[in-house]
Design a protein around this ligand. Structure first.
Ligand SMILES: NC(=O)c1ccc[n+]([C@@H]2O[C@H](COP(=O)([O-])OP(=O)(O)OC[C@H]3O[C@@H](n4cnc5c(N)ncnc54)[C@H](O)[C@@H]3O)[C@@H](O)[C@H]2O)c1
Length: 321
């Protein structure tokens, strides 16, 4: 491909989503040209409205399960519904998005000789038997449960990335992303941080599943995006998979109380049964990211929750108007 400009042309699939919109903004600020692809399955253009007039930003309505012909230097493959409510809505399409999407984007990377990044997930570890999870752990996934369309789809996408790397010499970068939060999350996708904040802001009961002692670690979106860019810019011999997440562990009760405190809400805590295959604990081991990327999350939970709460306050007040 002849690119006479010093700017890289970067394709982001799922670019209208929570992470994709932050990544688009970051890469535009870094001086690149962005092609943002999305079929708007879970998101609208709202996350990108501030970028649409930028001449270096281009939006394409397209489904990654179909081939795409563009000329690019780098591809970030993020397209996939990410929350259980969204990915269980049409599970067959979820697997297709991960698997056919990976095949199509890897084919594009092969033709254009582009570097390609895959947004994989901590869900490839399933309900893990070891804590924290290192990249060498192969996981414990139920292949026929309701979460399998996502977990196994992402596992198969990783397989495809590594086979294209071994068979065709593609320059791949695979990140296993752990729970991330921040502005532009969906208000109704059932993910715990958005759930708790929305419930607290509405003074509705905050819903805990099980006894609320299960733990999660939460990474602020700016930290995660920094990890993406660092991984993409590593030498060709670094492929991942590499865990990206914040190892700080919090129980669901602790998170609920923090949200209640920061929002000044009167919400009560209520308890419901645990959903099927819900992991009891998940925590990344990020030694590899520290060593290979020099990356470390820096935003404390309380600091990241503040702008996230402001975002949801604005969203809820504009939807009331
Ligand atoms: N946010 C997290 O905590 C997290 C954790 C682990 C992995 N990930 C991965 O990161 C990626 C982005 O997640 P997110 O939180 O931004 O989710 P999101 O749902 O906000 O964004 C995903 C985007 O992909 C689009 N999309 C879905 N199917 C598509 C298709 N067939 N063709 C084109 N576009 C399609 C959606 O419309 C949406 O805009 C996903 O692949 C997800 O699996 C996210």
């Amino acid at each position: 491909m002849k690119n006479y400009s010093h700017r890289s042309r970067i394709l982001i699939t799922g670019g209208a989503g929570f992470l994709g919109s932050h990544l688009s903004e970051r890469l535009l600020n870094d001086g690149h040209d962005i092609i943002c692809l999305d079929n708007f399955f879970t998101d609208t253009k709202d996350n990108l409205s501030h970028l649409l007039d930028n001449p270096h930003f281009e939006m394409i309505r397209h489904d990654v399960t179909f081939p795409l012909y563009v000329e690019v230097d780098e591809i970030y493959n993020l397209a996939c519904p990410a929350s259980p409510i969204h990915y269980q809505f049409d599970p067959v399409q979820t697997t297709k998005t991960s698997v056919h999407g990976a095949i199509n984007m890897l084919g594009l990377a092969k033709r254009t000789k582009a570097k390609i990044f895959q947004a994989s997930t901590s869900e490839v570890y399933g309900d893990p038997e070891i804590h924290p999870q290192q990249e060498s752990y192969w996981g414990k996934v139920n292949p026929i449960g309701p979460r399998a369309c996502y977990d196994e789809g992402k596992r198969c996408a990783e397989t495809l990335f590594f086979d294209y790397h071994r068979q065709h010499g593609l320059n791949i970068k695979v990140a296993r992303i752990f729970n991330t939060y921040g502005p532009h999350m969906h208000p109704n996708d059932g993910r715990v941080v958005s759930n708790f904040i929305v419930q607290a802001l509405r003074n509705e009961p905050i819903t805990l599943y099980g006894d609320g002692t299960q733990t999660r670690s939460f990474c602020y979106v700016d930290d995660l995006i920094e990890g993406f860019v660092r991984l993409m810019n590593t030498n060709d011999d670094i492929t991942g998979p590499v865990n990206l997440g914040n190892p700080g562990e919090f129980s669901m009760i602790e998170l609920a109380l923090k949200v209640k405190d920061l929002t000044g809400s009167d919400s009560k805590l209520i308890y419901k049964p645990l959903p099927t295959d819900d992991p009891k604990q998940r925590q990344p081991d990020i030694a590899m990211a520290r060593e290979q990327l020099g990356w470390n999350p820096t935003v404390k939970l309380e600091e990241g929750l503040k702008p996230t709460i402001v975002y949801f306050e604005q969203l809820l007040s504009s939807s009331i108007k």
